[in-house]
Design a protein around this ligand. Structure first.
Ligand code: URA
Length: 229
């Protein structure tokens, strides 16, 4: 890839401005200053320095973040804070896709990735990737059998959908851990609602094998695909 394209893809500036800096000798590949914008770089092998600072490069960038409540699972919005705004340099230079949204008032594990095929794998209903949620409700009496046999909710086309919990356990007075491998809109809230329980707080704590662990709201870290699958 051309060095000016590589740097502009990583949002270091426009190709013309980068071209000027390259002419000025501000860009080094490995230990050589280059002055030609057409110079080809292999991002996987070469070390690129801009103003003597190493340009970090990730072919596949996967981030797990603790989405705080009140943040929208989106890249931009006019009304609400968005989760992608929490991502700082150098990761903010990547086009991150959200793999499996959480509601504005939900919190917990959210995955951001620059790899479309990985995002698809996580969100596709065919992948059957289990997600675990910690749910605080306004009612202590849960009908476990119904939750496991399935409750009817509507899908986005207003068609009946039998939503089933794979597992449900009580972990506190009115606190439950539910595992599902589907991802309909507001699914967990609507499953509890179908059993006359309101969800007061919803926190996703696991996707596949990947656990939220001790991340705090707003914190994030890189992870490898095989930590999840
Ligand atoms: N189910 C919901 O109802 N809300 C979420 O944010 C995630 C799953």
């Amino acid at each position: 890839m051309r060095i000016d394209k590589f740097l502009s893809n990583l949002k270091y500036g426009s190709r013309s401005n980068i071209g000027i800096d390259i002419k000025k000798g501000l860009v080094k590949i490995n230990d050589k200053i280059i002055t030609d914008s057409h110079f080809k770089v292999n991002p996987l092998k070469d070390k690129v320095f801009y103003n003597n600072i190493l340009v970090p490069y990730f072919k596949n960038l996967n981030l797990m973040i603790y989405k705080p409540k009140g943040y929208l699972s989106a890249n931009s919005d006019n009304l609400h804070e968005v989760v992608v705004s929490l991502i700082k340099d150098p990761f903010d230079k990547y086009d991150l896709k959200i793999a499996g949204r959480l509601d504005l008032d939900s919190e917990g594990l959210l995955i951001l990735t620059n790899t479309g095929s990985f995002a698809h794998k996580i969100t596709s209903p065919n992948s059957k990737i289990a997600k675990i949620y910690e749910v605080l409700t306004d009612n202590t009496n849960l009908n476990y059998e119904k939750m496991l046999d399935g409750v009817i909710i509507k899908d986005k086309d207003n068609v009946d959908f039998l939503a089933k919990a794979l597992k449900i356990i009580k972990i506190g007075e009115n606190l439950f851990e539910i595992t599902i491998d589907e991802g309909k809109f507001h699914q967990v809230k609507r499953m509890f609602k179908a059993l006359e329980m309101n969800v007061i707080n919803l926190k996703r704590i696991q996707i596949g094998k990947l656990k939220l662990g001790d991340l705090k709201p707003g914190e994030y870290r890189i992870f490898d695909e095989d930590e999840l699958l």
